[in-house]
Design a protein around this ligand. Structure first.
Ligand code: NAD
Length: 367
């Protein structure tokens, strides 16, 4: 293919990066391409005021590059606020690799990606996300130290998902305390949508406490295995969102809380692991508030994973990981109280807490 100079009047009217709807003053966006391995990746560094931008790498078959860019912009921004609220000295970043993780992921591609991460000299530190395994991070570790989520045998903190699930469980309990006056989840009917790495572990905590758990997933084999193991009920209807239940835990994909689903939801509480649960943070945050559904903000309750990988950088052990993750209970309650006292949505309250911490640090750094 030859390159040609394009007349600017023929280009799309929206600026490709800085003009994106999801662009929120990101510091740096890095496009990575390698012909030999087929690597096409985008690294998004949203904010590094609190520390290096840490966030996982997602490998996904996006329909087009716009989708991939939009995803990395949204996800990296979310990481900034997640770490800020969790009290970690980390900024927000994320990476996406465009492609099918089952068929296109090779050791060569992962190492090449690691070289791009390395070229940023530690400004971005990677970890696992959807489509990635600990073994992939071990390959990245072969070429750069700027990676977490590596295997325990290589000094890593191990699989973050059970820790994430425990944090979500803590956040859900805080929401129950706020809504019902008690954080006991016994006999509460909880819908867990997505019973993957995090979802299954959440089902375990919930069933141990005596909650009545309904599980939904697109993977029938997993549904049967998890149902058998924990005695959870498999959802068989055709409208999960309209189910009579107390709590909805989105643990699969983002944007499941939207115009269509909010109108159907009968639950009192939403608390789950998925990132970017609200399709539109402002519109859907407000709709939930008006409907009286208490939303435990996703980036507050799903911080267990980042707390776990942060341990690899700071050198703290399991006891401190669990203490920090358990504290999600208190943080969530503080955010509910702030939202109540200011009459704002819980999502807005959590953003306020995060932004205040970043602003304070920015001022300290300038002194
Ligand atoms: P996973 O890939 O192990 O599990 C996702 C599950 O959702 C799979 O079982 C999949 O079959 C199911 N699923 C996909 N589409 C679905 C649909 N339309 N309806 C129902 N089920 C569907 O992922 P995970 O590691 O368990 O993470 C779950 C979510 O939590 C993701 O959004 C992830 O970004 C977020 N998260 C994970 C961690 C972590 O530590 N793993 C940390 C923070 C946030």
């Amino acid at each position: 293919m030859t390159s040609e100079i394009i007349n600017s009047k023929d280009l799309p009217k929206v600026d490709p990066v800085f003009g994106q709807l999801s662009f929120d003053n990101h510091e740096q966006i890095v496009f990575c391409n390698d012909k030999d391995t087929g690597l096409k990746a985008i690294i998004g560094i949203h904010n590094t005021v609190l520390g290096p931008a840490l966030g996982g790498t997602r490998m996904w078959q996006y329909n087009n590059e716009w989708e991939a860019l939009n995803d990395v912009l949204r996800l990296s921004r979310g990481m900034t606020f997640k770490s800020a609220v969790a009290g970690l000295n980390l900024g927000g970043g994320k990476a996406v690799i465009i492609g099918n993780a089952k068929t296109q992921k090779t050791p060569e591609l992962m190492k090449k990606f690691g070289e791009f991460v390395h070229s940023l000299s530690g400004k971005y530190i990677t970890a696992e996300d959807v489509g990635m395994e600990t073994s992939d991070m071990d390959l990245v570790r072969d070429v750069t130290p700027y990676v977490t989520g590596i295997s325990e045998s290589r000094g890593g903190a191990g699989n973050p998902s059970p820790i994430t699930a425990y944090g979500v469980f803590m956040g859900m309990k805080a929401a129950a305390k706020q809504k019902y006056g008690s954080d006991v989840l016994e006999d509460k009917r909880v819908i867990v949508q997505g019973i993957g790495h995090v979802g299954e572990s959440l089902v375990e905590h919930l069933t141990n406490e005596g909650a009545k758990v309904v599980i939904a997933d697109i993977n029938q084999e997993r549904l049967e295995a998890v149902s058998k193991k924990y005695g959870a009920t498999i959802f068989t209807g055709d409208n999960l969102y309209g189910l009579d239940a107390d709590i909805y835990a989105p643990c699969a994909l983002g944007a499941t809380v939207n115009d269509a689903t909010i109108n159907q939801l009968k639950v009192d509480i939403i608390a789950g692991a998925a990132n970017n649960q609200l399709a539109n943070e402002v519109v859907h945050g407000n709709m939930l508030q008006e409907k009286g559904i208490l939303y435990a903000p996703d980036f507050v309750v799903n911080a267990g994973g980042i707390i776990n990988v942060y341990a690899e950088l700071e050198g703290y052990g399991k006891t401190e990981i669990m203490r920090k993750t358990e504290n999600i209970y208190n943080t969530t309650l503080e955010i509910f109280n702030l939202a109540d006292s200011k009459g704002i949505t819980t999502h807005a309250a959590s953003l306020e807490v995060a932004k205040a911490r970043i602003e304070t640090r920015k001022k300290e750094n300038q002194q």
